[in-house]
Design a protein around this ligand. Structure first.
Ligand code: NAD
Length: 441
């Protein structure tokens, strides 16, 4: 009885914190698409981009908004709102994840789609950027309801997705299971299996080895590259990770495997801190058993805000947008920030961090390990020929290191920050494609 009461109280507390966090995510920072356009404008100014090309690239090409019914367990029907946005189609089919989160907005999906375009360009992947989202809190739905929602949403957006046109993948609130439902729904409509329509699927239906942890692996690789460049001994480096989902948890685990000391991690329920270092495999097991990090033994509870201000070598924001703002950037004590999340830093915070000499590895470089292995998965599906995990990881290492070096050399030769350098590389690549194709008709 006592245990049941305790569990109920914990659940209530988590729900209360989730509500606060949801509110912060919706009301908290600037509109992400404005941020994305401001970041793009800096590169467009630097490159003295042709005005017509600038106009094309600073807007998204296609938006599909859908309001669709879902059968709920109690027999009722609920209407959900979803989006699929394609930012740019000049370099190939579009690619980008599907987000299930209560704070999803069209402006957020537009920003995420634009960021995907730049990411694919830096890594020379033959894709344009896209993103999708449904306004839903997946933790409030049963598995059947989630499957119903996913299958109906897939049907709605199958107008524009497809292995040759637009290929979704997991993002916040979605995973390999979601991708399996999407792949199956699309295939049922076609009458045959179409594994290449989504990436991030289970290996049993054409997924790629190494895809689940690819984004975290990429974060680990660029973190080590950044430390090497800054001549910081990785065996003495400490790390704090915000967000303990796919990206955050895998980043923490792989960085710890490399001998870095992960002292703090957090999720939607709050953070945990141990200056002596957390045992990441134990922490993963704890989260599997308890659902979140709250109450982790041998660690001090801290808030998500406190985590961002810890005296660590490396800070990895791996949750949502607008976490580092003009309100807290001045208090950041990390030497290096590696953006596992998309859009965690506002332009105002960027200025403060640059002024304070913090080395920021921007999202469009740092978290591209996921889309890179998604590209490998798509290629394997199209060729019906699969690679080993070692092959995947070796190719990922090579591409991550080369892209980091390309951006770093651009930074050093133009004396700009890493974000602007990444945008210079990306915008140049995409505008070359736009110019080559010219404007039709
Ligand atoms: P996820 O759903 O697996 O995990 C998200 C984590 O963030 C969870 O631990 C959740 O509890 C936590 N969280 C949610 N809201 C929070 C808040 N307000 N404060 C603190 N923690 C919060 O999602 P993910 O796939 O790990 O994605 C995380 C970020 O990485 C997103 O910005 C996403 O766009 C980006 N990203 C993901 C991938 C990928 O392959 N999954 C690739 C590139 C970038």
């Amino acid at each position: 009885m006592q245990q049941a009461e305790q569990a109920e109280q914990t659940e209530e507390a988590v729900e209360a914190e989730q509500a606060t966090l949801r509110q912060r995510a919706t009301v908290g920072g600037p509109d992400p698409f404005t941020t994305a356009q401001r970041q793009f404008d800096r590169a467009a100014d630097f490159l003295n981009l042709d005005p017509a090309v600038r106009l094309i690239l600073r807007n998204v090409q296609r938006i599909l908004q859908v309001d669709f019914p879902v059968h709920m367990d109690d027999g009722s029907i609920q209407i959900y709102k979803g989006y699929r946005v394609q930012h740019n189609l000049h370099r190939g089919p579009t690619k980008g994840g599907i987000r299930y989160h209560p704070a999803v907005t069209l402006e957020e999906v537009k920003a995420l789609a634009m960021w995907m375009t730049w990411k694919c360009a830096i890594f020379n992947l033959p894709f344009g950027g896209a993103k999708g989202g449904v306004v839903v809190d997946p933790s409030q739905l049963s598995k059947d309801e989630l499957e119903n929602l996913t299958r109906r949403f897939t049907t709605e957006i199958s107008l524009i997705i497809g292995p040759e046109s637009d290929i979704p993948a997991p993002d916040v609130g979605t995973n390999a299971e979601t991708m399996a439902w999407m792949m199956d729904t699309y295939s049922m409509h076609k009458g045959y299996s179409v594994p290449a329509v989504v990436t991030g699927k289970p290996v049993s239906i054409g997924g790629s080895e190494g895809r689940t942890e690819a984004t975290g692996r990429g974060v680990m690789i660029v973190t080590l590259e950044a430390l090497k460049h800054l001549e910081i001994d990785q065996s003495k480096a400490t790390v704090a990770v915000q967000g303990f989902g796919n990206v955050g948890a895998n980043s923490a685990r792989l960085l710890a495997d490399q001998g870095l000391k992960v002292v703090a991690v957090s999720d939607v329920s709050g953070g945990v801190y141990n200056p002596q270092g957390l045992n990441i495999p134990d922490t993963l097991r704890y989260v599997q058993e308890h659902g979140n990090l709250r109450g982790l033994p041998q660690a001090k509870p801290i808030s998500n805000d406190e985590l961002l201000e810890l005296p660590v070598t490396v800070l990895v924001p791996a949750a949502l947008e607008n976490q580092l703002t003009d309100q807290n950037a001045e208090k950041v004590r990390a030497k290096v920030i590696v953006e596992g999340a998309n859009g965690p830093t506002t332009p105002e915070a960027d200025e403060i961090l640059n002024r304070n000499g913090v080395f920021v590895v921007p999202d469009i470089l740092a978290n591209a390990g996921g889309v890179t292995v998604s590209y490998f998965e798509w290629v394997q599906d199209l060729q019906h020929f699969f690679w080993s995990e070692d092959e995947i990881n070796e190719r990922l290492h090579r591409i991550m290191r080369n892209s980091f070096q390309r951006v770093l050399q651009t930074k050093l030769s133009h004396d700009v920050d890493m974000r602007l350098a990444a945008y210079i590389v990306a915008v140049r690549t995409v505008s070359d494609a736009t110019n080559a194709r010219s404007i039709y008709p």
